[in-house]
Design a protein around this ligand. Structure first.
Ligand code: HEC
Length: 154
């Protein structure tokens, strides 16, 4: 039996309203599934801010797509080095990194300058962005995590 047209329109209308009120964003991923709506909103803000900061401070070397540049700049996308240790990443953003490292089986040995003027919030936003882009789904990196990591780095 056909539903009356008006009933169907009503259903469509309700679905549209629910979507508009929902707080799911384009940034949601596996790691954010259990977040409250407020957390999801905050996560989305971090991702937007993080992307803009990444463009300013990182993409010259690591490139917009996170693929790095030849033998000079290592990739962040799918980087085993980066994904293995979030605290180390937070430290190297602030303090820089020198010496030989290996990323996905390839060795790199240029110096990365530290970005000493970034605030802890900015570092949290950038770190959230790089850990939730290019297929990474690690969830929030909170300011408290950044504070803790920076207390512990050399
Ligand atoms: C001037 C170029 C330059 C800039 C700008 C730069 N990096 Fe790097 N980055 C490097 C180089 C070179 C290395 C490798 C250092 C080494 O060999 O010891 C590196 C290493 C890394 C690593 C560890 C290796 C890997 O690929 O996983 C991470 C993570 C990283 N950078 C993130 C960032 C982030 C985030 C920013 C922006 C806040 C940034 N970098 C800005 C040049 C840069």
């Amino acid at each position: 039996m056909h539903q009356p047209l008006v009933f169907r329109l009503l259903l469509i209308f309700i679905v549209l309203i629910l979507n508009a009120c929902g707080t799911s964003t384009e940034f949601d991923n596996q790691a954010t599934e259990g977040y409250s709506n407020a957390e999801k909103q905050k996560f989305a803000k971090y991702m937007i801010q993080g992307k803009s900061l990444y463009t300013t401070y990182c993409s010259n070397c690591h490139q917009t797509d996170g693929e790095g540049l030849g033998k000079l700049y290592p990739p962040l996308a799918q980087s085993d080095y980066m994904l293995a240790d979030k605290e180390r990443t937070i430290c190297l953003i602030k303090k820089g990194l020198t010496g030989e490292i290996e990323v996905n089986g390839i060795s790199y040995e240029q110096a990365m300058p530290g970005l000493k003027n970034l605030s802890n919030l900015e570092i949290a936003e950038i770190t959230t962005y790089v850990y939730n882009s290019w297929g990474h789904e690690t969830g929030f990196v909170r300011v408290e995590e950044v504070e803790k990591a920076l207390r512990n780095c050399e």
